[in-house]
Design a protein around this ligand. Structure first.
Ligand SMILES: [Zn+2]
Length: 194
């Protein structure tokens, strides 16, 4: 099942303004999932003319320029394979995803924010191994104290996840917009068939 709020952009519907193309690596896997590798249509057209990508699929929409007419690509694949990153970017969304959108202290899934195990005021750094997902009440309760001093231990010791681990957690949290032509290249398609 796709998460609530996910819209499939149909050919007749109204896609986002940027008409994004899903960017695949030369092996036809998405270049990245978090964030999903998407290019604005102008960047896509430029890459097509620079001969850096193959067009895999298109929107039902033409673009015109003097002497040319072409359908806007909805999926492109790089001609040169790029080694995928092993580790995901350190972003707010990815920290939530690592922790499955769950407060690491009480298990709540509402009113989520972030908590530093070693408080920032005591030199704690904002990085994978010191930041956990926490609900606002737990965050407030802990305040600028050390988690271990007040018996608030996170359910999972925070650490940097691999891209593979985020993919596994991400099955339940697809992006808000997915064009139908992308689905063959994303693992969410198998979820749709269930
Ligand atoms: Zn909590």
């Amino acid at each position: 099942m796709l998460a609530e709020g996910t819209e499939l952009i149909s050919s007749g519907g109204t896609p986002p303004e940027s008409w994004p193309a899903l960017v695949l690596n030369a092996d036809y896997r998405p270049l990245s999932y978090y964030p999903l590798s998407l290019w604005h249509w102008q960047a896509t057209i430029k890459a097509v003319f620079l001969d850096r990508v193959n067009i895999v699929d298109c929107y039902d929409r033409m673009i015109h320029s003097p002497g040319t007419e072409m359908r806007l690509p909805s999926v492109v694949a790089l001609k040169t394979w790029i080694r995928p990153a092993l580790y995901p970017a350190f972003t707010r969304f990815n920290v939530f995803l690592r922790d499955r959108f769950t407060c690491q202290y009480c298990g709540s899934t509402e009113d989520l924010t972030f908590d530093h195990l070693i408080p920032r005021s005591k030199g704690g750094l904002t990085r994978w191994d010191n930041v956990v997902t926490a609900c606002s009440p737990c965050n407030l309760k802990k305040g600028a104290r050390y988690a271990r001093d007040i018996g608030m231990m996170p359910r999972h010791a925070p650490r940097r996840p691999t891209v593979y681990e985020l993919h596994r957690n991400g099955r339940a949290f697809p992006p808000n917009f997915l064009h139908e032509s992308w689905m063959d290249y994303l693992y969410w398609d198998s979820e749709l068939e269930e």
